[in-house]
Design a protein around this ligand. Sequence first.
Ligand code: ADP
Ligand code: ZN
Ligand code: ZN
Length: 807
Amino acid sequence: MQSAPPRWLEVWVDHPRLGGCFIYRVPEGWEPEAGDLLSVPFGQQVAGAVALGWRAELPAGVEPQSVRTIEAVVAKGILPKEFWPLLQRVADYYLTPLAQVVRTVLPPGLLSRSQRRIRLVRSPQGECSPAAQALLRLLQEKGGELSWRYLQQQVPGAELALRELQRRGWVESFWQEQQGGRVKTQQAATLVEDSLEGLSLPQQKALQILKQKGGELLLVEWERLAGVSRSVLQSLARKGRVHLYERPLLRLGEADRPVEQDRPKPLTPAQAEAVAAIGQALGRNQRFLLHGVTGSGKTEVYLQVIAQVLQQGRSALVLVPEIGLTPQLTDRFRARLGSRVWTYHSGLSAGERYDLWRQMVISVPQVVIGTRSAVFAPLANLGLIVLDEEHDDSFKQDQPQPCYHARQVAEWRAELANCPLVLGSATPAVETYAAHLQNPQRWVRLALPQRIPQAGIPATLPQVELVDMRQELQAGNRSILSRRLQQALHETLKRGEQAILFVPRRGYSTFVLCRSCGFVLTCAHCDVSLTVHLEGRQELRCHYCSARQPHPQRCPACGSPYLKHFGTGTQKVVEVLQQHWPQLGILRYDSDATRRKGSHRNLLEQFRSGKAQVLVGTQMLTKGLDIPQVTLVGVVAADGLLHQPDYRAGERTFQLLTQVAGRAGRGSLPGQAIIQTYLPEHPILQAVLAHDYEGFVQAELRQRQEGGYPPYRALILIRLSSTCLEALERYCQRVGERLQGIPAEVLGPGPAQVERVAGRYRWQILLKQLPGQPWDRAQIDAHLRSALGHIPQGIRVSLDVDPLRIL
Ligand code: ADP
Ligand code: ZN
Ligand code: ZN
């Protein structure tokens, strides 16, 4: 008799320390599919695992006899179908092993938090082995269902016995949430039928409220909004108008915060066109660039399209750059769409992340708003993906691998889920705009050219002014605030309006220099200067490795007491403002001030409520901040941004300044932006001044083409680091030599711009795609692997595909 050939399945084993991808044998007659939950023998234990896919052959060096057999298929398809092909694509494109991709994506302990249980399904008939009999007896005595661990402890040879009973179809095994009530639930209602016929007045009212809120509410909230008793709601369930069910209550404190209700706004013609175009593309994989200045009503467009998506019984995913901006946005979404809106970001605890996963895999239509990693949210039945502020760098993961870009992954995901992708921005990434220029049918551009009028007053873009700081110096003004900015601040505050000051750096001053010998205080572990911070007393901090030390009284090199602070950070600006306006309420908004959970929200709410008149902040200010009373935006120093030695410095500066300026005049009052610079004639600043995105992008694309940068030539950056410089250099040279013959231009190896960080030396090699020769990933992967060879101990290597920074 000829036995069937063995079949190999690659699975991801969920184990806290040893987990990863492994190959298992599949018994005949079992047909597990990618995404199924399995249990597999692992060392001395049985572990939870996820099927990744069939493999035609064993990896080299693996003997067939050594491959173990999967024990059971415990649950089918807990994750959406497109999920595994998506992860495979991420692994291939970003040159990262699949196991590492899975580890990044799945919440830790997804399976280990669950318990494998066994239950009786049919009454046994006929003979079986003694161990099987023992197992059956236990199950019958204890109510038909027990945990697998308990059975294993009680019955010797339980594994074989179980397999025997499963074969006969008498018992089955399944995974269940760990008992002990960690996941609480709360009653919720879904609208089934909205006919008002035969209903009492209170019943009608309650049903209408539910309908207005999008057909889905927590019972407590519904009760409050409708102002009726619980019995009225229950009677609606009995009449079949609504369905009541237990929904897992997330450990997300804010999730069920009641918010004021909000209705769809009558659309402007441009908005209506956008909503119609996207609406017609639902159910198709179409890409849109929603190109609208800040305040032009992009969010309203998302909201109305998402309402359609939910109505069709599908879910929507909304990706945003940073969590600082999520509270405001989330409130707007909840106000419109009710309590089906969840937030997902890296600030969640493991428990919260786990709860949210459980919520997402059930296929109730819902909306998830999240940061970068939410592109992997396991929403079933995905109907739309939105990336808001798509140009933002935080969508790219720098480390660890996979160094994915959420925009790229979203493109694949939308393709696999066959749904539209909408990228929204006032200042689209150069790559995105170039994609549209190259193929306007594939990338449809929808423009929202104007701000929405507020209170009947036509809204205009802020008026931008450049202030030449060279002239300030000549006129004898040594303050960090130009006379123009001081005057504008004065007038703004006199009118009772608010102002925002943008400072690229946090802390007090950016370096300390000895005026006697010229020594600059640097970090002991990094090649960077230390920043002065004032937190009660003076302290020096390293912004690269976070090391802290007290501020010395004398120069460590020559002992001179003449240490001077240079460069301007947020704390310094606050101090200067306090000197000018002692009564002024000032808030600082940077990562030092917002470190505590929820303090983003608190700070912004304090500012919005008018407790302070000026907000001084870093980069974080640029994102989605929408405060109507802000009419003045000051950029204290623009030049540092322009002079970064990176091919994207110009693009970043244009985007940042345009976005910051866009924070002014969001309400009914006109806004102005004042940018201080030593280089007012710089073309990037001139483009910001004229609100000229088109001009900026054309000039930028020309430069990229001449320099051989994306989108014309793709890049891969190999980053290498070690605590031992000698070993690192030696290895880098060797890799450099072995890269000969790879179909790419090889630049380096050479030290990174800041060579040493936290005691590690950092080198890099840049690969540039040859003009007009798209990369074959498999070929590049093979070349790289052989060039890297065996990586010596102590050296870390990471591959950054499509790096955003090549410093
Ligand atoms: P963006 O997302 O482009 O910055 P928003 O959607 O936040 O713009 O809109 C800016 C402001 O205009 C918000 O206060 C919003 O409520 C309001 N708004 C948007 N669309 C309309 C509309 N069609 N009618 C009235 N107000 C609107
Ligand atoms: Zn000195
Ligand atoms: Zn340091």
